[in-house]
Ligand binder design. Structure first.
Ligand SMILES: C[S@@+](CC[C@H](N)C(=O)[O-])C[C@H]1O[C@@H](n2cnc3c(N)ncnc32)[C@H](O)[C@@H]1O
Length: 252
């Protein structure tokens, strides 16, 4: 089953997917080419790469993990898009050892900036891989969402720790090395020759709602998806989103 058809998975990806799909459709119109060249840096097992390839685009996934690339290959084959998905072992810091500069119509960098050594360099490389006017899709962990989640779970000291920590971490056991506010993320992007088009809050409610409410109430999943979509664009909700998505365009 594709991720877009799995209800739980679609809660995690729906908002980003809609924004990304619109951006790709726009690039198709502007370039006049049906099949775009898309780079997914840190694309992992293909949560986005495979659905993008299903749209007819050619996707290159650069990821340091051989296991993730192996799973990507299998997933692409199962989805019937193996000929349009290329997995390459590499790192966002050494991106141009494995892909060409200015070779892509769109670059995805989803869930990666939290983990890399130098996020500013990571963004600069992602942008340098874009053709002029290409689309940058950036997704990273949001600070406020983590604070809220820790507090609602009763971990008040950890919530306060995350709030005051420069990297937004709630303690030693926090598996995420770095989180962002919407301002920090847009600053990173703007500093890299990119015009910010839109910022969306992702998973504003989904991670806070008890699963049983979503899984057992008829129509609840669809209603929650619509709520997430309506709240995503409102700046008031950016500060409590689990993730933040920035869509930008490389200056021509
Ligand atoms: C949280 S997963 C996100 C996977 C995928 N982008 C998604 O949205 O489902 C983070 C991915 O980043 C990769 N990664 C970690 N460090 C990286 C680096 N320095 N350069 C590129 N990818 C990296 C990991 O191997 C992993 O596949």
């Amino acid at each position: 089953m594709s991720d877009q058809l799995r209800p739980r998975a679609s809660l995690r990806t729906a908002v980003v997917w809609e924004v990304l799909k619109d951006a790709l459709d726009h690039r198709v119109k502007v370039t006049g080419r049906d099949a775009l060249d898309v780079l997914d840096t840190g694309g992992g097992t293909g949560n986005f790469a495979v659905p993008v390839a299903r749209l007819g685009h050619r996707v290159t996934v650069v990821d340091p993990s051989p296991n993730a690339l192996f799973a990507l290959e299998r997933r692409a084959a199962e989805a019937g898009v193996a000929d349009r998905v290329r997995g390459v072992q590499g790192d966002i810091h050494g991106l141009f050892e494995v892909v060409e500069r200015e070779g892509y119509d769109a670059v995805l960098c989803h869930g990666v900036l939290e983990y890399v050594d130098d996020p500013a360099e990571g963004v600069r490389n992602a942008v340098a891989a874009l053709r002029p006017s290409g689309a940058l899709s950036l997704l990273a962990a949001g600070l406020g969402g983590a604070v809220l989640a820790r507090a609602l779970a009763g971990h008040f000291t950890e919530a306060r720790q995350a709030l005051g920590d420069p990297a937004g971490r709630w303690g030693e056991g926090d598996p995420v090395p770095r989180r962002y506010t919407a301002e920090q993320l847009t600053e990173l992007v703007s500093g890299a020759d990119v015009e910010v088009g839109a910022v969306h809050g992702v998973r504003v409610f989904a991670d806070l709602v008890p699963g049983v409410l979503v899984d057992t109430e008829p129509g609840a999943m669809e209603a929650l998806l619509k709520l997430e979509s309506a709240a995503a664009e409102l700046p008031a909700f950016h500060s409590v989103a689990t993730q933040l998505h920035v869509l930008g365009t490389k200056r021509a």
